[in-house]
Write a protein that binds this ligand. Structure first.
Ligand code: ZN
Length: 687
């Protein structure tokens, strides 16, 4: 078969011989590369479609795997650059490709000839002789064809396809509105007294921001390294209110940029289209449709799970909220505690109660030490070495490239590490697949991951010092990375994180967070940036005591988001004349303890469900926390570096990717079905 690379050797996106040529990719390469692969794949699919005799893995499913993996490898660097190096030309090229890709994927998903091909493999006598991963790919493909409307009449099929295209464009618009609204706002401070209360790390960053903008003073923005410390520490209540308002009104009809990037109509349209698509293929609403591919068995099971958890969280949350109000009133004379006061007084109460300040531990977590500590945890648990690697072109000088090798020094995977916040980089932290493991006749292609964080960059000669939350974030994302890179599955469709049910995908990431709380592990994860001294035992003790501070309130908030998401995609009818806001209010009536002000438009920035993969899936975090806490409890019983348990987790979960049912894998590791007890105990919510 001819490859696209033969036709356009000058386009770096089409050079798939090695790692992506991140330093050579330009906006003008994007469309030609995507169009070339799409054309090639269409021709290949057409040829396959004409072969009614193709009923073996190799000449049918394997060939399709190859096509989809080629497309992935061309598109994934583009998607990544668009997220971390957002530029107008690249964004435009990206936006022009999104509907084409979506059209292609719907077209493939609706191709009856391909559906029949998979059917032939599934019905063939030798189906059972295929490997687990291959069988899983075939049965998932048959399910996905059904979900993509393969069986619909031509008109309905065309409509389904048009809906998917519009939805993908709307998701991009939603996210770009949030990004633009985030980037557009800043608070400029010229009078030093207005900075009181703020830690020096936040002040230094703000001075640096102002300097980069060519002005005197300090600039605070809505990126996390600026926003979070400001809301937690700034003494000026009025400025906190301003920053809070700008943040929670992003991309809405309210706030300092009211109406400028308003996501309200985008949300309404997305909900209506999702519902319409679900109904076309025979589901009452989007939520049942989405849950078809999940570990959870249906909307009701999820709603019951959330309400059950709310029963444990709410009494604790009410107690915590009353305590916080009393604290603000009695010790600071504040009678009307508002949303922009909550993190500020919570921090003060926490400090008073535990004599612990989040900022006090920061000097113990220089990024270099934390990374080497993380790699040591991985070595002890799974017997894997993480080492610096050479030869990978990168997109920014801050980016590092590394590899993971097993005990026999065999290469398991490689990853890029992009740690620091900067302009034009999407906020938050995430792991994305850059390349997936697969075995061909000639070789094994090792997996590659991109790990992206938004930590404070080093300023004025001081190394980047992480908060403990940042440390947890890094472990979390690396857990996703391990899931992707340690896989032993040979077929891209279910290797690494591919094909893993959404509500099980957070198991490895949340699982790995646990080591950030263990003295034995912190002995080498932490080390003072000046003295090298590990986090003192008394500080850890306070930190652990403070760990579940307000965990009832935090859990209630997560349940509020998750229940809002579930109801939005099930019993809410976008055409029913009712607003999204009124549903959110109703959910808050049921489960929220702290009510945000009426101008709060949190939903307009809720990218998880409107631009990410979490639609009718936000519950996955809590769901997977049950799994991860329960999995970790085996280490609590056997010892946190117990190699037997580590290897069992490696073999039963990390290496299996999406090749098997997640519940089955969990049971294999734990010896029984998941139980909620460990999560309640870890969160301090056990009765
Ligand atoms: Zn995650």
């Amino acid at each position: 078969m001819s490859t696209t690379a033969d036709k356009s050797p000058c386009n770096p996106l089409l050079d798939l011989r090695g790692l992506p040529l991140f330093d050579a990719i330009r906006a003008e390469h994007v469309e030609p590369a995507v169009d070339a692969v799409l054309a090639d794949n269409r021709a290949g699919i057409d040829a396959l479609g004409r072969r009614e005799d193709a009923a073996t893995w190799g000449d049918f499913a394997g060939a399709l795997e190859e096509m989809s993996e080629r497309l992935d490898r061309v598109w994934s660097p583009v998607r990544h650059l668009n997220a971390v190096m957002d530029q107008p030309e690249l964004r435009e090229a990206y936006n022009r490709c999104v509907p084409r890709l979506s059209a292609y994927s719907t077209e493939v998903g609706q191709d009856e000839r391909l559906y029949r091909g998979y059917r032939r493999i599934a019905d063939a006598e030798n189906f059972d002789a295929l490997g687990t991963a291959q069988r899983r790919i075939v049965t998932s493909a048959l399910r996905d064809f059904r979900l993509a409307g393969v069986a619909l009449e031509p008109d309905a099929k065309a409509r389904f396809k048009a809906i998917q295209e519009e939805l993908s464009t709307l998701s991009s618009r939603f996210e770009q509105n949030v990004l633009d609204a985030t980037d557009a706002w800043y608070l400029h401070i010229e009078d030093e007294p207005q900075l009181t209360g703020l830690p020096s790390s936040a002040v230094d960053l703000a001075r640096d921001n102002a300097r980069q903008a060519g002005v005197a003073g300090w600039r605070f923005n809505l990126e996390a390294p600026s926003y979070v410390p400001f809301m937690t520490y700034a003494d000026s209540r009025e400025l906190r209110r301003q920053v809070y308002e700008a943040y929670v009104c992003r991309a809405s009809e309210l706030g300092p940029h009211a109406g400028r990037w308003d996501n309200t109509p985008v949300i309404d349209r997305i909900l209506a289209l999702r519902r319409e698509a679900a109904r076309l293929v025979g589901y009452p609403h989007f939520s049942e449709y989405a849950l078809e591919t999940r570990m959870a068995r249906g909307t009701q099971e999820v709603v019951d799970f959330l309400r059950g958890l709310a029963g444990h969280a709410r009494p604790a949350a009410e107690r915590e909220w009353a305590e916080l109000q009393a604290f603000a009133r009695d010790t600071h004379g504040l009678g009307d505690l508002q949303a922009w006061d909550v993190p500020y007084y919570a921090e003060k109460l926490k400090r008073q109660r535990y004599r612990f300040d989040r900022e006090d531990v920061r000097p113990y977590f220089p990024v270099k030490r934390v990374l080497s500590g993380l790699f040591e945890v991985v070595r002890r648990l799974f017997g894997m070495e993480v080492l610096p690697a050479q030869g990978a072109p990168v997109w920014h000088p801050d980016v590092r490239f590394m590899e993971i090798r097993d005990a026999q020094a065999g290469l398991r995977g490689q990853f890029y590490l992009d740690l620091y916040a900067r302009p034009h980089k999407r906020g938050g932290a995430w792991m994305d697949s850059c390349r997936s493991r697969r075995r061909s006749a000639e070789e094994v292609q090792s997996p590659v991951a991109c790990l992206t964080c938004n930590f404070p960059r080093p300023v004025s000669g001081r190394p980047s010092l992480l908060s403990h939350d940042d440390v947890i974030t890094l472990f979390h994302e690396f857990g996703h990375g391990l899931h992707h890179m340690l896989t032993q599955v040979d077929y891209t469709g279910v290797s690494g994180i591919n094909g893993v049910a959404w509500d099980a995908v957070e198991l490895p990431s949340q699982f790995l967070e646990n080591w950030c709380w263990e003295e034995q592990a912190l002995a080498f994860i932490s080390g003072h940036h000046e003295t090298g001294e590990p986090l003192p035992g008394e500080m850890l003790e306070k930190m652990r005591a403070a760990k579940n501070f307000q965990s009832g309130m935090a859990t209630a908030r997560q349940i509020e988001f998750a229940l809002f998401d579930m109801r939005l995609h099930s019993d809410f009818d976008p055409a029913g004349g009712r607003s999204v806001q009124s549903l959110l209010d109703e959910v808050r009536d049921e489960v929220a303890v702290v009510r945000p002000p009426a101008f709060n438009r949190f939903q307009n920035g809720f990218a998880h469900i409107f631009a990410g993969g979490y639609a009718a899936g936000y519950y996955s975090y809590k769901w997977a926390e049950v799994l991860s806490a329960d999995a970790y409890s085996r280490f609590e019983e056997a010892g946190i570096f117990d190699r037997r348990a580590g290897l069992d987790f490696l073999h039963a979960v990390l290496e299996q990717g999406g090749s098997r049912d997640p519940l089955e894998l969990f049971v294999e590791f734990r010896g029984r079905e998941p139980e909620i007890g460990a999560l309640l105990r870890h969160s301090g919510l056990a009765a």
